[in-house]
Design a protein around this ligand. Sequence first.
Ligand code: ATP
Length: 451
Amino acid sequence: MKENKLEKIINLAERRGFVFKSYEVYGGLRGFYDFGHLGVILKNNIKNLWLKDILSMQNIYLIETPIIGPRILYEASGHIENFYDRLVECKSCHNRFREDHLLKGEYGEIKIKDNKALCPLCGGELTEARNFNLMFKTFVGPVEELSTESYLRPETAQGIFINFKNILNSMRAKLPFGIAQIGKSFRNEITPKNFIFRIREFEQMEIEFFVRPEEADKYFEFWVEKRFNWYINFLGIKKENLIKHIQTEEELAHYAKAAVDVYYKFPFGEDEIEGIANRTDYDLKRHMEYSKEDLTYFDEKTKNKIIPYVIEPSAGVERIFFAILCDSYDEDEMPNEKGKLEKRIVLRFKPWLAPIQVAIFPLLSNRENLVKKAKEVYELLKNDFRVYYDESGSIGRRYRRQDEIGTPYCITIDFQTLEDNTVTVRDRDTGNQERINLEEINDYLKDKFKL
Ligand code: ATP
């Protein structure tokens, strides 16, 4: 299963409406993906679980800032000067590569000639590496000149830093406190690849956690721990599939003093789904310098003005989404209605994470009384759970369809239901069925969906 697990997951995601390639009718646009019905629900579940965790802390405040920012913002942040990848191009086939990825062998085996790497695709000579800035440029208003030059944000963080004073004053915040934002970011990646892992438009969930400089190391450790636990306890990702990657001096971004990445063991290799960085006072200082605004914090304790340090946990929604798909994808065998073992595909989502939580089936679609009762059950549950009604095909087929999209429970309304008001509840993972009275069904299910 391992060799083509990636293909199987991508295939399932497209076939069942989690993810589609963007602009496919026009031949597609590399690095962009659409999310279908189930995908949008799963994405929202991820974001809500992130919010649930951080908002329970009391000292985290939310913000939403524009995607487009003026040039000066990214001069101040250092992105115009520093946010680039090293790009090489093949002189024969004109394919372009990220030099660091090329040297790591990510595009395939590289041959060396006269001490220089050759094109991994055609063996041609490569150009010297040049800097390629990853930001998308645009202009605000009708005049295209330096003063209207703007950029799509490559991270949501800068909108947070420049709101430091607004949140501080309006929320009467005291250190340590955080400002959090969920939103789209854009990077003109040289080679988008691995399905939705490296894309050009993606969503980030970021927290800038402001602390006293002397407490930065302590809170850095706190956030590394907290974020790892979130993946395990809130998303149910298997601990053994997560890796703590400590960034080396060379890997650190221009603003960071220390960084730990959360790596997930994807079928194509282990790679980053979140980075936790100590950004020091770099960003606030730079924005003070460029904006001439006072972004200091008055410390009541010492009666001094200080510039806080920042600890930043920054996670990508699509990479987490992908990690969840990989972590929950499974193939096993289940007996069909005749008791014969049949292969099936199943997504073992945690119950609270599943896009559809309860599927409701009348045993037979041509029996009016069963259909009527099943629709009543749908009405009974629809406000408390994400439910789905299905009457088409055999019960076995309906189970398989739900297994494939990770629905943890299927309820069947049969002839006994009409007599004693009980239904069967079938568990996705074990295939076991329990008979539950409809008077108790809400409480029974609520218990199953507890985080
Ligand atoms: P990489 O080294 O893989 O390019 P990065 O270290 O530049 O990633 P960060 O700047 O730390 O990434 O961004 C924080 C998070 O945003 C990442 O952990 C990831 O989840 C997400 N992210 C960054 N770039 C992309 C991308 N091109 N596609 C999807 N998600 C991304």
